[in-house]
Design a protein around this ligand. Structure first.
Ligand code: FDA
Length: 399
């Protein structure tokens, strides 16, 4: 057994960042990673370009843009390590970046640059008198606590440290080795787990909506709503149902059995179809919709609304009803595509069990939880990495 200041389980975004911060404070940190290389989710993120943060993330807006049983929990860590700090680090490493849309920052080159930067930050511990050792192909199997030491076994070896950081992520994308191991550890130490569920995930359609699957591949800018939350982004029809950024966003808020409502023509003023009737009475509903929407989608919506002939011959009442349908089309998803396709897992280790300043378990000194393993889930668009950096920073400063 060799004694470390801290053992971090998981060399993902949160674990690597936390280890680098602690190492640069002179700590000796061992990072154990079950995959053959560190940062695998970072490498595939953002289509290989890693949407590494969102410039609109800050503590003040945390409660609105992060889901959690306690939406205020994330404020403290996100205020102390805001997006601009991570951006400054990226720039110090000379990594070129661009804003794609809605504050989403991506590497110009490759996500590999972010992983290399995190590993370089870990290596920088040496100059500060610390050490970070990142060991891959090390599946942590058991953890025990003996007095003020945690002992961890991985591949038959036992390691000990006064601090243990759960940075194992959540069960999204099991084919990459993701599991609920972090929750098992939480339970072992008496931490409550908020029921986990797939989030930022495509929705599946059945029943009457099944016909929309024929539009597989068609995308359009819409406003989608689940419960009271709305997102104006693109939606995409798939062979199983609905996807695209607007749908992934609302999926985190969607509850089974409830509808998702789509405004196919956001921004159109009330009465626009009646105005169209006056201006262009010989048009059909299908031809009017084709001016605003992809052909196949326009045809399907017109057919489903069921008004045939020239708009000039349609009663205003029918046109008003058609407008209402188009601005609040109710889909009734019969489920989601599950953890296999979920970008993140909502729920996880309850924030009630943790200090919002340090991520340390209130009842178990020396035990920390960071990143996706915790019940804090961000919007699509760099929010989840920013949570990984901010929570990793909070724990890394405290170890
Ligand atoms: P993460 O899952 O990254 O790391 C956990 C690590 O623990 C893994 O490496 C795992 O192998 C390891 N581990 C688990 N059990 C273990 C055990 N028993 N022993 C040892 N190691 C163990 N977010 C964003 O902000 N911008 C984006 O562009 C994207 N894009 C994106 C694309 C895709 C396809 C997915 C699936 C997800 C995203 N995300 C994203 C979400 C983002 O990837 C996610 O929020 C972070 O990776 C979470 O970081 P963590 O470090 O908490 O977990």
């Amino acid at each position: 057994m060799s004694a470390w200041d801290a053992i971090v389980i998981g060399a993902g975004a949160a674990g690597l960042f936390c280890a680098g911060i602690a190492g640069q404070r002179g700590k000796r940190v061992l990072v154990l990673e079950k995959a053959e290389k560190p940062g695998k989710k970072i490498l595939i993120s953002g289509g290989g370009r890693c949407n590494f943060t969102n410039i609109n993330v800050d503590g003040a807006r945390a409660a609105e843009r992060f889901l959690s049983a306690n939406p205020h929990f994330a404020k403290s860590a996100l205020s102390r390590y805001p997006a601009r700090e991570f951006l400054a680090l990226v720039e110090r490493y000379g990594i070129a970046w661009h804003e794609k849309t809605l504050g989403q920052l991506f590497c110009d080159g490759s996500a590999r640059q972010i992983v290399d930067m995190l590993l370089a930050e870990c290596a920088a511990a040496k100059a500060a008198g610390g050490e970070v050792s990142v060991r891959c192909d090390q599946t942590v199997e058991t953890v025990a606590q003996d007095g003020d030491l945690f002992s961890v076994t991985a591949n038959g070896e036992t390691y000990a440290a006064r601090n243990l950081v759960i940075a194992c992520g959540g069960p999204s994308i099991p084919k990459m080795g993701a599991s609920d191991f972090g929750y098992q550890l939480g339970r072992q130490f008496g931490l409550k787990i908020v029921e986990p569920r797939p989030a930022l995930v495509p929705l599946t359609l059945g029943g009457d909506d099944v016909l929309f699957r024929e539009l597989s591949g068609v995308a359009a800018p819409v406003e989608a709503q689940a419960g009271k939350t709305r997102f104006a982004e693109a939606a995409l029809f798939t062979h199983r149902g609905l996807s695209g950024p607007a749908i992934l966003q609302v999926s985190s808020y969607w509850k089974a059995g409830e509808p998702v409502s789509i405004d196919f023509l956001p921004g159109q003023a009330q009465g626009w179809l009646i105005e169209t009737k006056a201006a262009n009475p010989r048009a059909t509903l299908g031809s009017v919709l084709r001016e605003h929407l992809p052909d196949r989608l326009a045809a399907t919506l017109a057919e489903r609304i069921g008004l045939s002939g020239d708009v000039g011959n349609m009663p205003d009442k029918s046109l008003r009803k058609a407008e209402e349908q188009l601005s609040g089309w109710a889909f009734n998803p019969n489920g989601t595509e599950g953890y296999a396709k979920a970008e993140v897992t909502a729920g996880g280790i309850s924030t009630a069990a943790l200090s919002s300043q340090t991520m340390e378990a209130k009842a178990v000194p020396g035990l920390y939880a960071v990143g996706e393993a915790v019940d804090v889930t961000g919007w699509l668009g760099g929010y989840n990495f920013q949570w990984a950096w901010a929570s990793g920073y909070a724990a890394g400063q405290a170890l």
